[in-house]
Design a protein around this ligand. Structure first.
Ligand SMILES: [Zn+2]
Length: 282
């Protein structure tokens, strides 16, 4: 909280926005609701079991996401997510795999988390590709959980991924006036008290380790920022930035069959490890 105030106060002085106040009230109400014992969505999840997983291919349709010289982010995300789903089904026929999209179409950000909540998912994975505005040399993987960013570049990633809500119908009502261009609004969203943050970080760490060990990738580590797509999920949830399309070598890798095979194998191995660990606790 101290950190939030230190970061937020100078911004408050600069930003006159009624929207974050509305957002904060909403967040407080939600936190209070979750703190109670009557949370049906949480209590309905089977404890210590990973039975249902929701796989989210970032962007789609009118929202292409970022791009490289040839590749669109939305296409790579979808290829990775479908391949990952097949691998999980092969290894665990009893795990229910649900996709937020299986083709090139647009899905609102809030709906992606809502799909996971409605299906009482035990894990939510969103896959994206990254972009560096300043250098084509930046490369590597990053896995995000919901939380307060520590660097400007982490905040920039979240703002870029959140910006798509401006293309959604009624986004003012849906997101209670959330302004994706406002750093303050993103900070407030990041401080949402998520009951699943420890499990999310645990899984994110396994993912980044697996990218290093099983796909020889450069891991830029586990990071936190205010992502709308993770905001209301009532289960452990992560957002994987699988590589930089602004780096020509990494773009080639992300587009290649071999690269996609390595990435999805690495994610599947981290999933297997996480599932085993969670279920051993039961
Ligand atoms: Zn993205």
């Amino acid at each position: 909280m101290t950190t939030l105030l230190l970061v937020a106060l100078p911004l408050l002085a600069l930003t006159v926005l009624p929207a974050p106040t509305a957002l904060m009230q909403d967040l407080n109400q939600d936190t209070a609701r979750r703190a109670g014992t009557q949370e049906p969505e949480v209590s309905a999840n089977a404890p210590n079991q990973v039975r249902t997983i929701v796989l989210d291919a970032g962007h789609g349709g009118k929202d292409p996401g970022t791009h490289g010289r040839y590749a669109k982010e939305k296409t790579i995300n979808l290829n990775l997510i479908l391949q990952l789903g097949r691998k999980i089904k092969d290894k665990y026929p009893n795990v229910r795999v649900i996709y937020t999209r299986t083709s090139d179409h647009f899905v609102d950000l809030y709906e992606r988390g809502a799909i996971a909540n409605r299906n009482r998912a035990d894990l939510f994975i969103s896959i994206h590709c990254n972009a560096s505005p300043s250098s084509s040399r930046v490369y590597g993987t990053e896995t995000y959980t919901l939380g307060l960013h520590r660097t400007q570049s982490n905040l920039d990633v979240a703002r870029r991924e959140n910006a798509v809500i401006l293309q959604e119908k009624n986004y003012q009502q849906t997101y209670k006036g959330f302004n994706p261009n406002s750093p303050l609004a993103t900070i407030m969203l990041a401080n949402y008290q998520h009951a699943f943050i420890a499990s999310s970080i645990n899984f994110a760490e396994k993912l980044e380790r697996s990218f290093r060990q099983n796909a020889s990738r450069k891991s830029n580590g586990v990071k936190q920022a205010g992502f709308i797509v993770l905001w209301k999920t009532t289960m452990p949830s992560v957002l994987i930035e699988s590589g930089y399309l602004t780096n020509p070598d990494e773009e080639d890798y992300l587009r290649s069959e071999e690269g996609q095979e390595e990435i999805t194998t690495a994610i599947c191995k981290a999933f297997a490890q996480y599932k085993q660990e969670i279920e051993a606790e039961g």
